[in-house]
Design a protein around this ligand. Sequence first.
Ligand SMILES: *Cc1c(COP(=O)(O)O)cnc(C)c1O
Length: 385
Amino acid sequence: MNDEKKLATILATTGVARDEAFGSVAPPIGLSTTFRWQDHRKPPRYDYARKETPNREELAACLAKLEGAERGVITASGMAAIDLCLNLVGPGDLVLAPHDCYGGTHRLLTHKARRGLFDILFADLSDPEARDAAFALKPKLAYLETPSNPLMRVTDLAACTQKARAAGCLTVADNTFLSPVLQNPIALGCDLVVHSTTKFISGHSDVVGGAVLAAKRDLGDELAWWANCTGVTGPAFDSWLTLRGVRTLKVRVEEQQRTAERLARFLEADERIARVHYPGLESHPQHALAKRQQKGFGSMLSAELRDGLSLPKFLEALTIPTLAESLGGFETLVCVPDTMTHAGMEEQARREAGITPGLLRFSIGLEDASDLQDDLAKALSAAQL
Ligand SMILES: *Cc1c(COP(=O)(O)O)cnc(C)c1O
């Protein structure tokens, strides 16, 4: 478990002043693809960069510590991290996943299952009855994602891992939306945590990456073996950039969350908004669970404009948030999941997951909260015209 001080200290100290050659305080970048052997019978600590590099190893160690994991594996993207975990299942194994998981994950699982690489069951894992029925089918791997994207449904991780353990099922939690600052799935019994480090971890919208953090070393070693075998490990420079970004994770996440909560309350109080999805609101159906399971409510929220308001006019009138996919950066982004992030899902699956054409998703950044609120207010007025 990470107490607060520990997490902040890990962020500020990992890799600092470790350079033996020149005494650099900031970690150097090592771009070499190959490493010298002293003895042809004894592999050196690093031999070939697909397998391991100092920068990847440093980032993996940092993220593993943040998540309370014994071993971390860094990948070229979040999708590569998720795909890496799928090496743990084979034909005939059942994989369980949320019906409203990240669009790219839904696409990956659907298409790999169609090839017969495993069977897939999408279920509403935030609903206890549907969850228990799904675990009764004895899945081999349960992929969990909470809060969900884009509707911010909360899944009870401890209840899932308890069911999974009884069924001999591995659990993987996608912790991208909250980051280790606000949620620690391993402490709730999960075997693996995945991150799209592209989002909050790197935090500056300038590097794509992923990570898998394993509660137990054996499982982490197995995934590191697969990562080298399949070549999904990412460039050293990307790991260096990501470690540079993650240093400010705690202060970014806390500030962004403060603004998000204010804006969620502001939008909820506005009659031109039909619904706001944010776990920090008392009106959120799983507010109590979120409060128990998370250390905060995060900076992602979604909202639906009332019928009759113009979504294009709303978007056009915004001057601070940028209309773009992705999330977790320093800047506020808005997107329309139906035609953007979740367009890769089939339409019926989108509707079943509750993604409507009028749904807006916000990733709240580090801008001044009152500037953002004013901007939203003006855009709502423009949407009425
Ligand atoms: C972005 C994202 C992914 C995929 O990560 P990439 O780095 O884009 O490959 C997976 N899960 C969630 C929740 C995400 O937001």
